[in-house]
Design a protein around this ligand. Structure first.
Ligand SMILES: Cc1ncc(COP(=O)(O)O)c(C=O)c1O
Length: 287
């Protein structure tokens, strides 16, 4: 072992990734230190995860306080903090002051967030409409389902066969998406608004609005799922209520409606005409 990996014995770790060039031992705010004591400016933030920086005293104290108070109670019982955090997230999605009226499901990772989104989409769409359309060059996670949603054939090959029900179209190609969105079979479109792992690839300015309309125009309306893991602030990802670059994208989280309510909403959508995208259900899968 050499350089900044120092004397760390990695032999008991499964070799799923190449040897890291650097091993970090601590961080403070935007800075990191490696095993050799070298200081780095952290532009990567995990993979866009440490939005609050490293070792912020308030965050550290909150984590420690919770660990001192109650560690885990399983999903068989309630706790006080989960509902509070859900309310806070819903207010933030709503712009800070008012609630957006959505509901939160907590997961441990981006892949689990997407798994949950896929299951919700299938449940919402009902039997027979289970196909999820995503784009080539996308990345959606490492579980089998999210791996197949991931549009990179080289990543599928070692783990074949992939679970059934995933199809891919070219990114930033509305015609290809429209062709794929067969309303008799398709439950959802799963999309990185900006491609992350394949480079920071921005779509054309009319793409996200077009995706929303394509998904919404299909019979019964598909669910459009935005997988937004690396750009968690909805405004930055043009998923906010007042998008600066992309049109017609809202952050309604509305997937809990039963069939009757949905039919009523679809009637309202038809009355609203082209602006009907405001009512279209969206799941924000954010890790
Ligand atoms: C767009 C996107 N979706 C999903 C994931 C999976 O997240 P996780 O690694 O937390 O499972 C990632 C991870 O980088 C991602 O970039």
């Amino acid at each position: 072992m050499s350089g900044a990996t120092g004397a760390v014995d990695r032999s008991a770790l499964m070799h799923t990734y190449p040897e890291p060039p650097v091993t970090f031992v601590r961080g403070a705010g935007t800075e990191l230190w490696d095993t050799e004591g070298r200081r780095y400016l952290d532009f990567l933030s995990g993979l866009a995860v440490t939005a609050l920086g490293h070792a912020h005293p308030v965050v550290a104290e909150a984590v420690a306080e919770q660990a001192r108070t109650l560690v885990h109670v399983s999903n068989l019982f309630g706790n006080v903090v989960g509902p509070q955090v859900a309310l806070t997230l819903d207010r933030l999605v709503g712009g800070g002051a008012e609630r957006a009226g959505g509901q939160v499901f907590f997961t441990n990772s981006g892949a689990e967030a997407n798994e949950c989104a896929l299951k919700l989409a299938r449940k919402w769409a009902g039997p027979g409409r289970h196909v999820v359309v995503s784009t080539w060059d996308s990345f959606h996670g490492r579980t089998l389902a999210t791996l197949h949603a991931t549009g990179q054939a080289s990543k599928h090959a070692p783990f074949a066969p992939m679970p059934e029900g995933f199809e891919h179209v070219a990114y930033d190609d509305l015609d290809a998406l429209a062709d794929a969105c067969d309303p008799a079979r398709v439950a959802a479109v799963l999309l990185e608004p900006v491609l992350g792992e394949s480079g920071v690839v921005m779509p054309s300015s009319d793409y996200l609005g077009g995706v929303r309309r394509t998904a919404g125009d299909a019979r019964d309306g598909n669910i459009y799922i935005a997988s937004d893991q690396t750009r968690e602030q909805s405004r930055e990802s043009q998923l906010g209520r007042k998008p600066e670059r992309h049109e017609c994208i809202t952050d309604d989280v509305d997937f809990e409606q039963d069939k009757k309510e949905r039919e009523d909403d679809e009637e309202d959508d038809r009355v609203e005409g082209e602006e009907g995208c405001e009512e279209h259900p969206t799941i924000l899968a954010v890790a």
